[in-house]
Design a protein. Structure first.
Length: 363
């Protein structure tokens, strides 16, 4: 696996284009960037083969609004000397979408997606508690999600180029009437392994026709039932340090405060949560020294907020279903399937190869 010092100008523009329109055709991107489509496709294959960039897919806000699943954050304490063991084991679970080794009063911070609260409770009390390397855990359930990672951009394109690509994005409204069929579930799982999988590939994995696969992808994206996002290895992100803030906001100003914070450029996630604190903020910053400056900006923007705790991620072992090595490069995939969170044989999906066929294991 090659590791990059930086992304060159073309690769950086390509990543930015895919962040705006993750499934745009190579011909469309080539026209906007004034480059050759074959060259762009070849460059993207090289980046994905090297684990330097990839496109993930995960349930969007419309799923939770329609009662299909819930999101939670689990703080996990590990037995001495067994943190790496716990991280690797937990990263292999399909309900655990993100695993981070963090500083402070917890060893690991997990993002967990479950079909419902009862399943989440069973997972905490039976699955999580069964790991010998785990000594204790505390869970906070997410309520409103004010922003999430698909908004993040590299800012390599001109305003005009970005606007052209934005025209390709599906437009729709999320409603409480959303229904998710078994075919939709299979499509979402396949996309979580490879967000740019062709309609022909999706059709083969999901047992349908390419035309039907295309219609279901368009419908899911338009309804905001799923989000696609283009990620890059953290050393290449320009903001390689993850800062996590737990905040307390008075109940009458949570909405206003959260939306202000969500609009900050560095913020990747802002969510209302239950528990000791009522707001979780995750941001990407340039260095550890920038974390205090981030806190200052948060408090200036939202004077009523109290930062109750903070941490930095020392190592992200898994991000939105994709396994990362210690340097932040992608090494495999555990497809996200919160509506059918059964244990899987995942050995074939952690090989370090581009595992776009992993969705087959979720049928």
């Amino acid at each position: 696996m090659k590791e990059y010092k930086i992304l060159d100008e073309v690769d950086s523009a390509l990543v930015h284009a895919l962040q705006i329109s993750p499934r745009a055709s190579w011909a469309r991107i080539a026209k906007v960037l004034d480059l050759d489509a074959v060259t762009l496709a070849r460059r993207w294959k090289r980046l994905t083969d090297d684990g330097a960039a990839w496109i993930s897919c995960y349930p969007g806000p419309a799923m939770a609004e329609a009662g299909h699943g819930c999101l939670a954050f689990a703080e996990v304490d590990c037995a001495g000397g067994r943190l790496a063991e716990a991280a690797e084991q937990l990263a292999r679970l399909p309900m655990v979408t993100t695993v981070e080794h963090v500083t402070g009063d917890r060893d690991l911070l997990l993002t967990v997606m479950a079909p419902d609260l009862a399943t989440l409770s069973h997972w905490i009390t039976h699955t999580l508690a069964s790991f010998p390397a785990v000594t204790a855990s505390r869970t906070e359930v997410a309520g409103s999600i004010y922003t999430e990672g698909s908004r993040w951009r590299r800012r390599s394109l001109t305003t005009a180029q970005a606007a052209q690509l934005a025209e390709d994005r599906p437009v729709g409204e999320s409603t409480g009437a959303l229904t998710v069929s078994e075919l939709d579930r299979r499509v979402m799982v396949a996309l979580s392994a490879d967000g740019r999988a062709s309609y022909a590939a999706l059709a083969e994995r999901c047992g349908t026709s390419p035309d039907t696969a295309g219609r279901r992808v368009s419908a899911l994206l338009a309804a905001k039932a799923v989000h696609l996002r283009c990620e890059v290895a953290r050393p290449l992100s320009e903001r390689p340090v993850t800062a996590v803030l737990w905040a307390q906001v008075s109940s009458h100003s949570v909405e206003t405060t959260a939306r202000r914070i969500a609009g900050m450029q560095d913020v990747r996630l802002c969510a209302g949560i239950t528990g000791r604190h009522n707001l979780l903020v995750i941001a990407w910053v340039r260095s550890v020294n920038d974390i205090q400056e981030l806190e200052t900006r948060v408090c200036e923007l939202a004077p009523s907020v109290v930062i109750a705790d903070r941490a930095i991620a020392l190592w992200t072992a898994k991000l939105s279903g994709h396994l990362l090595n210690e340097h932040g490069y992608r090494r495999g995939t555990i497809p996200i399937d919160p509506l059918n969170p059964l244990p899987l044989d995942v050995d074939a999906q952690t090989t370090g190869r581009h595992t776009s066929d992993a969705g087959n294991n979720y049928r």
